[in-house]
Structures are given as C-alpha cells and as structure tokens.
Design a protein around this ligand. Sequence first.
Ligand SMILES: Nc1nc2c(c(=O)[nH]1)N[C@H]1C(S)=C(S)[C@@H](COP(=O)(O)O)O[C@H]1N2
Ligand SMILES: [Mo]
Length: 322
Amino acid sequence: MLSQSMVTDEKFFLNRRKFLGLGAGALALGASYEAQALFGLGGSNDIPLNWKEDPSMSLYPVAKNPLFNVFLDEVTAEEEAARYNNFYEFGSHKEIFQAAQELKIRPWTVEVSGEVGNPKIWDIDELLSGMDLEERIYRHRCVEAWSMVVPWTGFGLRQLMEKSDVLSSAKYVKFTSFMDPKTAPGQRQSWYPWPYVEGLTIEEAAHELTFMVTGVYGHPLPKQHGAPLRLATPWKYGFKSSKSIDKIEFTSERPVSFWEQIQPKEYGFWANVNPGVPHPRWPQNMERVLGKDTYRPTEMFNGYGEMVAGLYTNLEDQMLYR
Ligand SMILES: Nc1nc2c(c(=O)[nH]1)N[C@H]1C(S)=C(S)[C@@H](COP(=O)(O)O)O[C@H]1N2
Ligand SMILES: [Mo]
C-alpha cells in the first residue's frame, strides 16, 4: 500500500544510508543512487534512458521559456531524478526504472473525448509535431515530503484544449494512464483500482502552469518518468501528475482519482501544496531535496501561489490541501 510506503519512505532512506555506512551491501543495494555515489559504480551509462531509441528524438532540445525559471533553484541531477520514481504500475517502491523499460511507448495513442467539439484519437507523434514545445524548469513536491527541480519539455494543456474545441459543458478533465498488466506487474495487484486516474477542474486545466510533459533534460521522456506523455501541475502534490497518459476526457462530472479511491481522507481531489496542513500521518512543512542530504521549507502552493491562488477563491468548503 502507498500509505505504508509513504510512512516508511524517510525511515527507509535513512536506514539504507546507515546500512551503507557499515560498509556492506553493495550487492543488496543494486543500482540505488546512494550506492552509485558511495561506491562509484556510476556514470550515466547504466541508467536506462530509453530516449536514445525514441522516434521523437529530433524534436529536442527546444527553447527554454524563461518565465518558468523564476526561483533560481538548483536543478536536480538527471541521474537522481531518473533513479528515484513513483510509478506504482511497476512497483510500490522507488526503484522501478528497470522494470519500467518494459513499457511499450510506440505505437501510442492519446484519445481526447467527452465534452469537446473535436474528439480525436491522436497518434503520439502527430500530437507532438503539432504542438509548440518549450522547456520549463518546475519544482515537483511529492506528498511524501521529498522534492526535485526538473527541466520538463512539453506544451500547455491549453493548446490541446483549443485544438479539441472544449465545450462549455466541460467542468473537469480526467486523465487515464495506460492499462497493460502484462508489462506492468503492479497492475496485477488487483487491490489497486487500476488504471491510474487523475483529474483537474476546467479552470485548472486551462491555467498556464498546467503542462503536458513529453521530454525532460532536453530529450524525450524516459519511461520511468511517464513516457510518452505525462502531466505536471507543480503547485499540487506530485500524485496529481499522471504518467503515461493515453486518455484525456473532458467531462461534466468530477473524476475520482486513484489515491482518492484508496484513501479519501488522506489523498483528495485538490491536493494543493500547503506547508500548514499536515498529512494525517506526517508534517508537510519541510521537504527532503532529492539527491542531497538537505531539507528545505515547503512553500504555499509550492511557491506558485501568486499564479494559482485565484483558482481557489470561494472554495473554502473543499478539502483544498490534501
Ligand atoms: N500513472 C502513474 N502516474 C504517477 C504515479 C503513479 O504511480 N502512476 N505516481 C505519482 C507520484 S506520487 C509522483 S511523486 C510522480 C513522480 O514522478 P517521477 O517519478 O517522474 O519523479 O508521479 C506521479 N504520477
Ligand atoms: Mo508523489
């Protein structure tokens, strides 16, 4: 269960470091990035970054949008981000980068449906070539209290909404991730409500921060980051950022997201970052900086408050911060 692993994440991390400190366990630790650093196993050559065979390779790198690099945060090392993932389809732990290489990302279609004038099943490469791609450096704050700073490449969801002619009857957007238990062992664990589903209000969907991610660090997205298409909503907890999306539905009804189905008191629909509202089982005021041994204070709306606070006026009755 996620709830369990969320509790143990911090402890597990510290225990592993202690374990390493005893000088044992290079084998048991496998390819963990802590082991890489301590035993010098590394170099990026053994990180499975499948983008080398990705047919969209020639689209990268793209121009940076400097508007979205306002924090001057230190960008997380690519190796750190590529080795420490949440992708429950491939396991309920962080080291899924090998397992995720089984995901087949071509052919891949993205079905846009529901309350739209132009429903369409997009071939991913047609979709990518029709969009204005840009690079944005975004913060990412996981509900488990770790964070990273990542240069994503992608396009504003708003671009796709315009092409799809979203109708005024659409109040929400629902993202559905791929379903393929043959390649994704986590999906054979039938107690999870597969496939992974997430949603936003139509106002959130149209917000300029809402980014459909197709690449990272100047190249196509590796599978462990949710190739070939994922979401980034940096003012919300990371579980809102669905990976490997193959359906986008505009609807009049609020979707029930994956974690909300599992544990609605702990993981809600809104999930906006707020350091003052603890998770029921741990505080949210600090975050561990991925790849470092340092912590930093968590910021309201993960630092994006000026841009997004207006989305939540008159919604005080909602569970906005879980
Ligand atoms: N389909 C799917 N999307 C997902 C998840 C998942 O398990 N399955 N985990 C979420 C969580 S909890 C986080 S923190 C981010 C992690 O993204 P990253 O591994 O690329 O850093 O993906 C989110 N998107
Ligand atoms: Mo997360």
